[in-house]
Ligand binder design. Structure first.
Ligand SMILES: [Zn+2]
Length: 323
């Protein structure tokens, strides 16, 4: 509970289908300021496709209520919930919440999707992060149909690590930024979850739109850091290709008398970038994913953007049906 003894609840919606099937959890706000997933989950629950499902869908829009109320990523004592799994009953409040969430929700499921955004003024292109070792995880990642699939190592203490240790394939979706809704990321998240449910045979095949292209698959990414303290300006946007040696931004003093170029160190596409023009030397500016053909990757991502906005199934004002 909270210090005033108000409940520290873990509200969720559980939809049991009449017919047996897979059990999927979808969760958001493990980092308390990453709100985009709340709207993704609301739209999934409002979709007519989740009214009659096979199996069980467990939707948890706010895992870290404490952080959400404070507009903060963290739990008390600045604990990061996504570094606190598997947790324990006797540990910090983050460890206790991790333990409760893992044992009461995750362990009862067969598959999972964990929704995140960029942190700390950083905006992410919609992307799935997963390991490529397990066939089932990769199958789900491909079926999700996000513009980018990024191979990423499992972080120690993360929900993904704890779930995979239990044999539960779990995808991490990243899209948008903290404390904001991002329409492209919301639509990509909703469409992706419905596609995964279709792949898991929880909703009938052919009812939700298949991704029209194959995602850009990248084996790694690296943040390009600021070479100087100052004011950043750039026309380089998410999904843009960059080539080694390209000047993709400039940093100046406020009067513009001293300027330094920000130069791409390798070929790739931009999958994340800072939104804050005030930067210190060493700050992370652009997250660049390595790809073998940046021109093709940029065209693929543009096609994804057009596709998500062609869809008309995502009515912003559709009400969630009562259970
Ligand atoms: Zn996060």
């Amino acid at each position: 509970m909270l210090p005033n003894h108000a409940a520290f609840d873990l509200d969720m919606r559980v939809i049991h289908g009449l017919k047996p099937g897979k059990r999927l959890f979808i969760c958001a706000t493990i980092h308390g300021d990453e709100l985009n997933g709340i709207e993704i989950i609301r739209r999934v629950l409002a979709s007519s496709l989740t009214k009659h499902i096979h199996g069980t869908l467990i939707a948890i829009p706010i895992v870290n209520l404490f952080g959400m109320l404070l507009h903060s990523r963290y739990l008390p004592d600045r604990r990061d919930l996504n570094r606190s799994f598997p947790g324990s009953e006797a540990g910090s409040s983050a460890a206790q919440l991790a333990n409760t969430f893992l044992t009461e929700v995750v362990a009862k499921c067969t598959h999972g999707i964990d929704l995140h955004t960029g942190s700390n003024n950083r905006l992410n292109l919609p992307q799935i992060r997963c390991g490529f070792e397990h066939d089932e995880t990769l199958r789900l990642a491909l079926s999700f149909g996000a513009p980018v699939i990024l191979k990423s190592k499992i972080r120690e203490g993360s929900l993904r690590e704890a779930a995979e240790n239990l044999g539960i394939p779990t995808l991490t979706f990243e899209g948008g930024e903290a404390l904001r809704f991002n329409e492209f990321a919301v639509r990509a998240g909703v469409a992706g979850i419905l596609r995964v449910m279709s792949t898991l045979k929880m909703i009938p095949a052919g009812k939700c739109s298949a991704a029209k292209g194959s995602p850009v698959i990248s084996p790694s990414s690296r943040w390009l850091r600021s070479p100087m303290t100052g004011v950043l300006r750039s026309a380089c946007w998410l999904g843009d290709k960059v080539l080694k040696g390209d000047v993709i931004a400039k940093i100046s003093d406020p009067l513009g008398t001293t300027t330094t170029d920000v130069v791409a160190l390798f070929d790739g596409i931009v999958i994340g970038r800072t939104q804050n023009p005030l930067v210190y030397k060493g700050d992370a500016l652009f997250n660049i994913a390595w790809v073998s053909d940046p021109t093709r990757a940029q065209a693929t991502i543009e096609a994804f953007e057009e596709e998500e906005f062609e869809e008309d199934q995502f009515n912003l004002f559709t009400e969630t049906p009562l259970p």
